[in-house]
Design a protein around this ligand. Structure first.
Ligand SMILES: NC(=O)c1ccc[n+]([C@@H]2O[C@H](COP(=O)([O-])OP(=O)(O)OC[C@H]3O[C@@H](n4cnc5c(N)ncnc54)[C@H](O)[C@@H]3O)[C@@H](O)[C@H]2O)c1
Length: 377
């Protein structure tokens, strides 16, 4: 019998953006076996999709309540051990809550919930259980991001004094400027998405990334958001000033209307001895800047990288790592945690990251609504 971890998936059907990333990532280190799920709300479509990707259809259920009910009837040795929640945002909370309450480990897409309150409820439930819970801030799995984290921790750039993250996309342009499309997408519907579109979707990636690589916490935010049309309830662009302390500040610049931009996510951290810069669209290069030496470019797989970084490279140097590898590394860390093997806390984002992300979104919107004032996170 296979000793792979039995994985279920909620959402992520053939019509989804993110499903394929999770399926490929979960298969990357031969640790998981996809045994079933609810890939979309229609049973026929579910079954059709399961057949298409070649998994048995006996554990493809009509909805997530049925999934939990039926899986609990199975002996523990056959039951799903972990369930990935890849649905639109408003379903993350009810699904993750019920999964945790019934003893399943959970891998949840971001933003973790639609409100900070829901996030805190989930945390309370997790604290009372033995389950593993991961939030897929995907980009933290890149080898050169892990290297950045370890270099900052070891003092390679000295004391951090300036932080800048930019996350620019342009994909919402054809939607936001078309009244009908604007009303039809779940991402611009507060009932389905939560109170923010741009900050909730990509601002949280930048926020989590900054806290991940620096190990520091944002203490206060001041935000200016753009909704572009008066009938549009959700921000599609925003700038957030960050205060870590009196003398350490930064900013997050996000946009979904940066025309022509694809997934231009960059993070730059400057210390008193040097700087580190990374770009998601060229993720195999980590730039190390100093005042005294020429620019250094670090790449994955080389022995000069940290153990945490090297653990995320599967092949020798010169074989580029991409977004699938990054998510694969997160799944690898979760597999170690589920198997109670030793793992580094930097291997996957946790409930704490999810809760802080939701707090960030709400405080940013609050700051904007109060007329661009400083708000404590
Ligand atoms: N980590 C990342 O970088 C990243 C990138 C993209 C999306 N996401 C997140 O992933 C989630 C999904 O995003 P997406 O772009 O794939 O959305 P999508 O709209 O493309 O796909 C959503 C999927 O969920 C299914 N679904 C809807 N209701 C369901 C239900 N009741 N039961 C089961 N399945 C249901 C849909 O049929 C579809 O297959 C969102 O929370 C989003 O924020 C994360």
């Amino acid at each position: 019998m296979s000793n792979k971890i039995r994985l279920g998936i909620l959402g992520g059907g053939g019509d989804s953006l993110i499903g394929v990333l999770h399926r490929v990532a979960s298969s990357m280190y031969d640790s998981y076996q996809l045994v079933g799920g609810v890939f979309n709300p229609d049973l026929d479509q579910n079954i059709g999709f399961a057949e298409k990707i070649g998994i048995p259809t006996d554990r493809v259920y009509k909805d997530f309540d049925t999934l939990i009910e039926e899986e609990l009837k199975l002996p523990e040795t056959e039951r799903m051990q972990v369930v990935s929640v890849l649905t639109p945002n408003f379903l993350h909370f009810p699904m993750a809550k019920k999964l945790l309450e019934n003893g399943f480990n959970v891998i949840c897409e971001k933003p973790m919930t639609t409100t900070y309150e829901e996030a805190r409820i989930l945390k309370d439930i997790l604290d009372r259980s033995n389950a593993i819970f991961a939030v897929t801030y995907t980009y933290t799995g890149y080898p050169m991001i892990r290297q950045m984290k370890e270099m900052i921790a070891s003092g390679a750039i000295g004391t951090v004094q300036k932080i800048d993250a930019q996350y620019y996309q342009g994909w919402i342009n054809p939607i936001i400027h078309d009244g009908e499309k604007r009303a039809a997408t779940w991402r611009l519907d507060p009932e389905k998405s939560g109170i923010s579109c741009c900050i909730g979707d990509i601002g949280t990636h930048a926020f989590d990334m900054i806290e991940y690589v620096t190990g520091m916490e944002v203490k206060e935010v001041l935000a200016d958001l753009n909704y572009v049309y008066s009938d549009n309830k959700m921000d599609v662009d925003g700038t957030v000033l960050l205060r870590f302390s009196e003398f350490v500040k930064g900013l997050i610049r996000t946009s979904q209307i940066a025309t022509g931009e694809e997934n231009n996510f960059t993070v730059s951290i400057y210390g008193d001895k040097g700087g580190l810069k990374w770009e998601q669209e060229n993720p195999n290069y980590l730039y190390h800047l100093t005042e005294t030496e020429p620019l250094k470019v670090l790449k994955p797989g080389h022995a000069y990288n940290s153990e945490l970084s090297l653990d995320g490279s599967k092949l020798p140097p010169g074989h580029p790592e991409g977004i699938f590898d990054s998510m694969g590394n997160i799944y690898k860390g979760v597999a170690r945690a589920i198997r109670k093997e030793k793992y580094h806390p930097g291997e996957f984002p946790t409930m704490n990251d999810g809760v802080r992300g939701m707090n960030f979104i709400e405080r940013v919107v609050e700051s904007h609504q109060k007329g661009n004032t400083w708000v404590k996170v």
